[in-house]
Design a protein around this ligand. Structure first.
Ligand code: HEC
Length: 176
């Protein structure tokens, strides 16, 4: 028993050790390569990170006091005013044609319910002769004449006087 490891096994062990050594070198190289790549291109940071942190450390109940509270209340009031403005009829437009198209045409286009058709100049002539003030008054307050009932503001009380004036002026221009 002078040589417990047969010669073939000794060769195998030598080659195997070389292979392991080679793989270790490859692993180290890959590790170095990855460090190099991520060092140059750091992974992206979540853009909401700051927000998330602030949410986490925010007090449980926001206090409506001091300058921040006042700003929050002012912002809320502004939002409420904006919401109220959107309640104004047809976005608050003073384009008579637009308002006519949205509402008045439903009667005045085809002469529904005894309304004078916008295309019927003869029917409008005596009405226009009453003057703008009377036409406007009848359109705003409503009016029962010889042919039917004109509802106040055409049935939409959200219309402003200015909007009504613009619409009646536009209608009168069409029947000239
Ligand atoms: C529900 C139907 C209806 C709608 C909607 C309507 N009208 Fe009339 N309108 C009438 C009728 C009916 C008359 C005629 C009343 C009469 O002379 O007997 C009339 C008459 C008028 C007159 C003439 C008033 C006069 O003194 O002779 C004007 C101006 C007028 N409408 C404007 C409008 C405007 C502006 C709108 C939209 C904002 C509108 N109307 C929407 C039914 C309607």
């Amino acid at each position: 028993m002078t040589n417990p490891v047969p010669k073939t096994d000794a060769v195998f062990l030598k080659h195997f050790a070389m292979l392991i050594g080679f793989l270790v070198v490859v692993a180290i190289l890959l590790g170095a390569l990855s460090l190099l790549i991520y060092g140059r291109n750091p992974p992206p940071v979540n853009p909401d990170k700051q927000k998330i942190v602030e949410q986490r450390i925010a007090p449980v109940g926001g206090v409506y006091a001091g300058d921040t509270g006042r700003a929050a209340m002012a912002a809320a009031a502004e939002a409420a005013a904006k919401a109220a403005a959107s309640q104004v009829a047809y976005g608050g437009t003073t384009d008579g044609k637009e308002i006519y198209g949205q509402l008045c045409h439903s009667c005045h286009e085809a002469g529904v319910a005894g309304s004078p058709k916008l295309s019927d100049k003869a029917a409008w002539a005596p009405r226009v002769a009453q003057g703008m003030d009377t036409l406007l008054k009848h359109a705003i307050e409503g009016f029962t004449g010889s042919t039917g009932v004109m509802p106040a503001k055409g049935g939409n009380p959200a219309l402003t006087e200015e909007q009504m004036r613009a619409t009646v002026v536009w209608m009168v221009e069409q029947v000239k």
